[in-house]
Design a protein around this ligand. Structure first.
Ligand SMILES: NC(=O)c1ccc[n+]([C@@H]2O[C@H](COP(=O)([O-])OP(=O)(O)OC[C@H]3O[C@@H](n4cnc5c(N)ncnc54)[C@H](OP(=O)(O)O)[C@@H]3O)[C@@H](O)[C@H]2O)c1
Length: 446
């Protein structure tokens, strides 16, 4: 297109929270954006499901349609933004657009997690491009940072808080001593929880983003069913308080830990105790944070709004800007473009480390009858499973029971699970043992 490009035409698939944000923020900063990009931006078609829906942003009636083909089959449209969500029509439309060699911008982490491999392949085959900055951590420019600014690096450790809703719930539980259910009620009222609550509460939304980050960092797609994916439903205010006393916070954390010597990568998403002194322990409320350790740069931490209309549309518009550069012939092929990332030679044989190979430190809370010898029995069982205790605390309760809180030295997850099963057989337990992983980034330093 080169010098002839004067107006870039954009088609939006979806005009909900994010779609309206894209329109609103392009309008708001149109002059600055067009000056920076050297083109006019024209959203000339918007596909929705229901034409009669009331929207906060009003647009000329003539550009709204329920017929996706008006965007997909219009050769004059340069960039298609898929802001529908889900994996049904969003998949069909994205495939169709990429088959036509279009530039597609997406905020759809679920779709990329489940179908990214084939969608990137389609982009490669047909000369299309697939941009996805808004799919991970909303307004935080993590994709661009890793793909471009940190290109000199290989990544030994990436970990982060990737779901704002669960972080909001854990923050309020910690600050106000509230239960999970009480806080969830407030999160629902504020509209923070997805219609499918499982996405937020069972860690699935954060795991989708983790899968995308892993692909970006290490070139392989992992399947959600092959990784640990645990949410926050079982986190109690008691554990948050005990963790606080021990110098930790409980956060829902995604971890991608690469072991270069064994050419394997561990990808997992679960709540964990993290030292209060860690930067990410201070990422609160609906904020997200990602810590990236590269072998050249060291550790870089990005913190920002992980969702919401404006933050997410900031990332979508950033992708639109990259797409404009591509259309103008400014961006070369390779890692700058959106058909990457390509697997490096050793990533072709990179192995996903199975969950049962996990090792680390653990926190336990045992609610037991306050009887002589219970602690000794528990520690005997743990010793048999080669788990040694780092700290032990006990608290008497008024009903003749007691809480025993333990942290362990480095142990294998398999042993921890086996020891848990074994102690459950003791007659002295008032409730099943609670265990949580302790995450310390220093365990992964070379
Ligand atoms: N919201 C956030 O903070 C956020 C943050 C990061 C990423 N994302 C991602 O961004 C995407 C959009 O999210 P959102 O919050 O904007 O969703 P949303 O508010 O539910 O909007 C979805 C839009 O898609 C339209 N739509 C749904 N099905 C359609 C179909 N079959 N054909 C045509 N249009 C259809 C809807 O039309 P009607 O308006 O007529 O119903 C609506 O305009 C999702 O992938 C989401 O995961 C969202």
């Amino acid at each position: 297109m080169g010098d002839e490009l004067k107006t870039v035409k954009i088609g939006l698939l979806g005009f909900g929270v994010v779609g309206q944000g894209v329109w609103k923020n392009i309008e708001q900063n149109r002059s600055a954006l067009e000056t920076r990009l050297g083109v006019e931006l024209n959203i000339n078609k918007i596909v929705v499901r229901n034409l009669n829906r009331e929207r906060l942003i009003s647009v000329p009636e003539t550009i709204l349609t329920t017929n996706a083909n008006e965007v997909l089959e219009d050769d004059s449209i340069d960039i298609i933004c898929e802001l529908i969500g889900g994996t049904d029509e969003a998949l069909t439309y994205t495939e169709e657009a990429l088959k036509r060699g279009k530039i597609v911008v997406s905020a759809n982490k679920a779709l990329i997690c489940d179908h990214g491999e084939s969608l990137f392949e389609l982009a490669r085959q047909h000369g299309g491009h697939y941009f996805y900055e808004a799919s991970v951590a909303g307004g935080i420019p993590i994709i661009k940072t890793m793909r471009e600014a940190l290109i000199a690096n290989r990544f030994s450790l990436i970990f982060g808080i990737l779901n704002g809703t669960s972080n909001y719930i854990l923050t309020r539980m910690e600050r106000e001593g509230l239960s999970f259910e009480e806080t969830l009620g407030d999160a629902r009222k504020l509209g923070y929880v997805e219609a499918d609550e499982s996405l937020d509460l069972d860690g699935i939304d954060a795991a989708h983003k983790l899968v995308i980050l892993n692909y970006l960092a290490h070139g392989i797609w992992v399947n959600l069913k092959d990784i640990i994916c645990e949410g926050i439903r079982s986190i109690s205010k008691e554990d948050i308080e005990i963790a606080r006393q021990l110098g930790y916070k409980i956060k829902l954390i995604g971890v991608i830990a690469r072991d270069f010597s064994h050419n394997s990568v561990s990808v997992r998403l679960h709540p964990a105790l993290i030292a209060k002194t860690e930067t990410l322990a201070e990422v609160n409320e609906v904020y997200n944070g990602v810590s990236v350790t590269g072998d050249v740069v060291g550790t870089t931490v990005l913190i920002g709004r992980g969702a919401g209309q404006d933050a997410t549309s900031s990332s979508v518009i950033s992708d639109i800007a990259d797409a404009v550069s591509l259309l103008k012939g400014e961006a070369s092929t390779g890692r700058h473009t959106s058909v990457d990332p390509k697997a490096c030679p050793d990533e072709i044989t990179l192995e996903l480390s199975p969950p049962d190979r996990l090792e680390g430190r653990y926190y336990f809370r045992f609610h037991v009858k306050d009887e002589e010898g219970v602690l000794a029995e528990i520690s005997n069982i743990f010793a048999k499973h080669h788990i040694s205790f780092a700290t032990v605390n006990q608290k008497e309760l008024s009903d003749n029971s007691a809480l025993i809180m333990v942290t362990t030295h480095k142990s294998s997850e398999v042993s921890v699970l086996a020891a848990c099963e074994a102690v459950k057989q003791l007659g002295s337990f008032m409730a099943d043992p609670v265990y949580l992983r302790i995450f310390n980034p220093e365990d992964y330093s070379a």
